[in-house]
Design a protein around this ligand. Structure first.
Ligand code: GUN
Length: 301
């Protein structure tokens, strides 16, 4: 069994980004700038956002955090988003999810201009990704593809079983793995909460992507020898430690790792790749890589 080390891989990606930023600074140009909106005080969301802001600092990006009250109205939030849409000093921004229940997430995500949508959640970016046009790909699927590539794990002709069909992870990664592309060309099965006898499918998998948010859902009896495991779950389990909890994935790591050829740990796997992908997307937004300026002016303004 070999660990797919998200910490090491994310550190290499950040290093590459930092080198690009250092070159930008040498040319005395402005550096890439990511903004993040956090609504309310969820501890988990605050941790995620702080990691993103800290990572910006590490690579030399500018970052701005807008921390808004949990009872902000939907229209007030959208007004803040419009400010960021129109602020030329900001290359890309994210709205940390989930949002409080009184806010319509769909409407909020639609109000983010696609060329600044570095989370890749806007339907324009999802649609472009679907048909293979350059687009912001959401951070977790992008991170999964990247870690597979960097460990030279072949996907072509392999059977990938994706468990979980969220808009953020399961659905986009199932599309990416099946595409005619590097880290694609796989035969993909998408399993979800209505799948009958999940084990029938996972036992056939060369690669399993587990993204359900259900702790230890994938057990050793459900996988074949030599399987590649990508565990996207980050589940908090309460305990008596000083912190009061520890993290586990969707996969029973202790037992499944004994049968797998490669496996991502939790923590230290996909989670860290996600932040690295967000930084890559922000750099791409700065470079107008997916939306050349003339395209933006002609089609989106
Ligand atoms: N909540 C959980 N994952 C994500 C993510 O990748 N981006 C944002 N904005 N919110 C999240």
């Amino acid at each position: 069994m070999q660990l797919l080390d998200g910490k090491k891989t994310a550190a290499s990606i950040k290093d590459e980004i930092k080198q690009t930023v250092d070159a930008i600074k040498l040319q005395k140009k402005r550096v890439p700038h990511l903004a993040a909106i956090l609504v309310g005080d969820s501890t988990a969301s605050k941790t995620y956002i702080n990691n993103k802001i800290k990572s910006c600092k590490e690579v030399g990006f500018k970052s701005t955090l807008l921390h808004l009250e949990k009872d902000i109205t939907e229209n007030e939030l959208i007004a803040q988003i419009n400010n960021l849409n129109n602020d030329n000093s900001i290359d890309g921004f994210i709205v940390q999810l989930p949002l409080p229940k009184h806010i319509n997430e769909e409407r909020v995500l639609l109000s983010i201009t696609p060329e600044k949508d570095v989370d890749g959640f806007h339907p324009i970016n999802l649609g472009k990704m679907m048909i293979g046009l350059p687009a912001f790909i959401s951070a977790t699927p992008k991170g999964i593809v990247e870690i597979l590539k960097r460990y030279n794990i072949q996907t072509s002709g392999k059977h990938c079983v994706v468990v979980g069909r969220s808009n953020i992870v399961g659905t986009p990664i199932s599309i990416l793995l099946g595409k005619k592309s590097e880290a694609g060309n796989a035969t993909v099965t998408l399993c979800h909460s209505h799948t009958k006898d999940l084990k029938t499918y996972t036992l056939q998998a060369d690669i399993i992507i587990a993204a359900t948010g259900k702790p230890n859902l994938i057990t050793a009896d459900m996988v074949k020898d030599g399987v590649v495991i990508i565990d996207v779950g980050i589940n908090r389990i309460d305990d008596n430690s000083e912190r009061g909890y520890h993290l586990v994935g969707d996969v029973d790591f202790k037992n499944v790792s004994k049968k797998s050829s490669y496996i991502t740990p939790v923590p230290g796997g996909v989670g860290l790749m996600t932040v690295a992908s967000l930084l890559q997307n922000t750099l791409a937004a700065y470079q107008a890589a997916y939306y050349p300026k003339d395209f933006i002016e002609e089609n989106l303004l």
